[in-house]
Design a protein around this ligand. Sequence first.
Ligand SMILES: C[S@@+](CC[C@H](N)C(=O)[O-])C[C@H]1O[C@@H](n2cnc3c(N)ncnc32)[C@H](O)[C@@H]1O
Length: 266
Amino acid sequence: MSSYMDIIGSHIRPFVFLYSSLTFLPGALFGRRDSPSLSARDAWFFSFWAKVGPLIREGASAHITALLQGRGSRGGVVAGEPVHAALGGTVLEIGAGTGVWADLLASQPGVERVFGIEPNEGSVRILERVVRERGIGDKYTVVPAGIEDAGEWVGRGEVDCVVTLLCMCSVPDPERIAREVYGYLKPGGRWYVFEHVRADGVGWWTRCFQGFLNIFWPTMIGGCQLTRPTGESLRKAGPWSKIDLERRPEDPWYAPLPHIYGVLTK
Ligand SMILES: C[S@@+](CC[C@H](N)C(=O)[O-])C[C@H]1O[C@@H](n2cnc3c(N)ncnc32)[C@H](O)[C@@H]1O
């Protein structure tokens, strides 16, 4: 049973997140003088994410590791034998950000090559540094572009696995992008997903609260949208042979940022 304190706490946390982002605005605007081509929004977001991304990794690491090992199913982690093939072959990490997950992806046993797709110039600089410092440059290639332009680096039908971690909330036109990304996968290729989504199937209050937050959230969090039905966009991206993608059971019914988690197989 959820207590009132849990419910109130979960409604306060998004404001703490926004406030934390706000504290990075002055530094980002002054720092931008060195990189005039970087938009104010991108400068703000990458400096915020460089701080917050590693904290998110601390909390989500066990889940993401299990997901990449093929042990993510029905929205949660399954104990014992994997239920999906593990991450392997040629991998696209879309929205690689500041490299929070780069070493985890590159270190998975079957992975031959990872293309880290990231359009934010400030994040790209940090991602390149992470790749250098972790010594994963032999496997991990930073692609300083949006997924729309990834065709210059990798061919359609050539990718074994796609990974999107908290990224489909930020791309423009997610339905079109989901279809394009589907086209990059080989038959039998897999898309590993961890995303926050629109609160469906819950009371009107959570939907209204998400809608209210979403008035200013995208401006303050680098274009991130809270009310996307990303699960639907991915399901409709193309004909899948297997879909194992569900809302995480540990997100309570009132969660303002519920997540979906799982694997789709082409
Ligand atoms: C919330 S961040 C998540 C970053 C990273 N996946 C992580 O978990 O630390 C979303 C990322 O998606 C990136 N993004 C936005 N539009 C994109 C696009 N068109 N193609 C690829 N990535 C994009 C943003 O620049 C940002 O780095």
